[in-house]
Ligand binder design. Structure first.
Ligand code: ADP
Length: 596
């Protein structure tokens, strides 16, 4: 929604100046060009003025026209004004005679003849027979680029066809039908189109002196529009500003006319894309930019926007060069910048709010966690003393020689077993509380892992026997490695206890050890019900118990594997599980031999 509003707002801004810059860049960086060979420039250069000891006058021009007339050019157009030529009436007469021998001869003028004012551009005798034709030089002084650059040409004025159209139609009659002129548009009383400039120097040219000194074969001008101009770098009115030279008027008037003729001969004027297409592009770019700013990571966003800008520029250039299709670039570019800078603060506000909420939530969670840990710790400490007392008392009773009745002996065994379970439970909870509050310190000793395994297996023999589970050990002889024996024993104890707890009566638990690639590997494999694949990622998390475990009578805190993983990782080792439901589970502990 925001993107649409932004797009409509941006599209309604007048960005002519920026568009003129993009337009000129496309004209100036044209990668290829060729001319049709229908125009030829003859320039009065500084060598010409040096050779003639001044600017050639009517007499010298008459000589030029005489040579040209032998070649039968399609037309001769003077971009130099008659008032700039010197000479006596005799010379003028001579000039007029030669000019009239040509098939077509024109003095190109900027002046437009308003209907009914035809006498205005008439020349005084003896030149009065010669035609002064309107071929105005345009200048973007008030519109578009507002930089005095000549970008347009007039094809007709008040329904009268102007010189460029008349002569170009000799080679391309199709353009006589106004509608067929590419990119044509109306401005005041005139029909205009944009000039499809070729790079400076693209048109064949020779100097006045080369022609009059017969260095150039006259045949070169046959059937061509010959444009006579001045290139002495003295008078600024002989030059124009074009999109290629906006800082210095360095293109000769003659070359400008050649570009105008060529644009019409090839009917290749740039054609503006319709407004709706430009609007659609601006909307699309706005939507993309807003989407990128609001949803993507900054670096990725910038890369995507830069590629969009680059891709769009390339498309605009490609549309322009071979197809002469002029897509508006200023609005889409402004859309990228404005949307980016407008929506970045908005995104920052959202992100700030999110991180504030996250911080608050996290703070609350860690406070609750701390309270829980403290509470568990305190509780367990307070339980430990009365429990030790119960255990002490049961031992006294069981060592007492007074014979006990069978129900009494059973009750005593039950008290002993339950208090042992409770002790284990409390030590697990205390370990957890220790980890959560200040962490666990390692007390390393060099130990044979097999010895620890045997010790733990022995302790669990009774538990296995109750369930008729066979505890099998296959231990490869190992070198001692540095470990904290108490912690590692807790790890093994948890794995073996679990294997017994979660296996059916009469099954087998296999404990193996071996050394592989600088690691001691211990495995505890059972033939129990296994672990569901969706539970495996949560298995080592604190307080996790599978749904089956929770609903079964098997007791547990859900802390055993969490502590096991913690302790193994303290030793820079790893703990993993592989399990096939209803076939069994294998827990693997890897401990590095050289724990540097
Ligand atoms: P608990 O005190 O519940 O045994 P643990 O952290 O030791 O806690 O184990 C977490 C859960 O992992 C258990 O509740 C059980 O669901 C599952 N589990 C652990 N070992 C085995 C095993 N050998 N076979 C099947 N499930 C197991």
């Amino acid at each position: 929604m925001f993107a649409f509003i932004a797009a409509f707002f941006i599209f309604n801004l007048k960005l002519d100046y920026f568009e003129s810059v993009f337009y000129d860049a496309r004209i100036a960086h044209r990668p290829f060009h060729k001319t049709t060979d229908h125009t030829e420039l003859v320039l009065i250069s500084s060598e010409t003025t040096a050779a003639y000891k001044g600017v050639p006058g009517f007499k010298e021009h008459a000589e030029l026209l005489k040579i040209l007339s032998q070649a039968e050019p399609a037309a001769v157009v003077y971009a130099t004004f008659p008032e700039d030529l010197k000479g006596s009436d005799q010379d003028k007469k001579l000039f007029a005679e030669q000019a009239l021998r040509l098939k077509r001869f024109y003095f190109a003028t900027d002046q437009l003849e308003v209907k009914g004012e035809s006498a205005k551009t008439k020349l005084a005798p003896p030149l009065d027979q010669l035609e002064v034709a309107a071929a105005p030089k345009t200048s973007d002084s008030l519109k578009f680029g507002k930089d005095g650059v000549t970008r347009r040409l007039l094809t007709s004025f008040q329904d009268k066809q102007l010189l460029h159209l008349r002569l170009a139609s000799l080679f391309n009659p199709e353009i006589l039908e106004a509608k067929k002129i590419k990119g044509t548009f109306e401005l005041y009383d005139s029909q205009q189109t944009y000039i499809n400039y070729l790079p400076e120097g693209a048109f064949p040219r020779s100097t006045f002196l080369d022609v009059t000194s017969q260095k150039i074969p006259p045949a070169q001008f046959k059937n061509k529009i010959v444009i006579i101009g001045t290139d002495t770098e003295i008078d600024s009115k002989d030059y124009v500003f074009s999109p290629m030279n906006k800082d210095k008027a360095s293109m000769t008037l003659a070359e400008m006319h050649a570009n105008m003729f060529e644009t019409l001969i090839t009917n290749s004027a740039p054609k503006k894309a319709p407004d709706w297409l430009n609007l659609v592009l601006t909307v699309l770019i706005c939507v993309l930019t807003v989407h990128v700013v609001l949803t993507m990571k900054p670096l990725r966003g910038i890369i995507i926007l830069a590629s969009t800008a680059l891709g769009f520029t390339l498309s605009a250039y490609v549309a322009f060069w071979p197809f002469g299709y002029w897509i508006d670039m200023s609005h889409p570019f402004l859309a990228i910048f404005l949307c980016y800078y407008f929506f970045i603060p908005y995104r920052l506000i959202i992100e700030n709010r999110r991180s504030w909420e996250y911080y608050q939530k996290h703070k609350l969670v860690s406070e609750v966690e701390e309270l829980k840990t403290n509470f568990i710790g305190l509780m367990s400490h307070d339980l430990k003393t009365p429990l030790a007392r119960i255990q002490g008392m049961t031992q006294i009773i069981s060592k007492d020689p007074t014979p006990l009745s069978s129900p009494q002996r059973e009750a005593l065994d039950m008290i002993q077993q339950s208090s042992e379970d409770l002790t284990k439970f409390i030590s697990t909870i205390l370990n957890y509380a220790k980890i959560e509050s200040q962490g666990v310190e390692l007390h390393m000793q060099s130990k044979d892992i097999n010895q620890l395994l045997i010790e733990v297996a022995k302790k669990n023999e009774f538990l296995a026997k109750v369930k008729h589970i066979q505890l099998v050990t296959e231990l490869e002889p190992l070198f001692s490695i540095p470990v904290d024996p108490e912690l590692i024993k807790q790890v093994f104890s948890n794995l073996i206890e679990n294997a017994i707890k979660y296996s059916p009566d009469g099954s087998k638990v296999l404990i193996t050890s071996e050394e592989v690639e600088g690691k001691v590997i211990v495995q505890v494999a059972d033939q129990g019900g296994g672990i569901a694949p969706e539970d495996i990622p949560h298995l080592f998390m604190k307080f996790f118990r599978s749904r089956e475990a929770k609903s079964s009578p098997i007791k547990g805190s859900g802390l055993g594997l969490y502590l096991a993983k913690y302790f193994v990782e303290l030793h820079k080792g790893q703990i993993n599980v592989e399990s096939t439901p209803s076939q069994g589970s294998t827990f693997t502990v890897e401990l590095p031999i050289n724990r540097a």
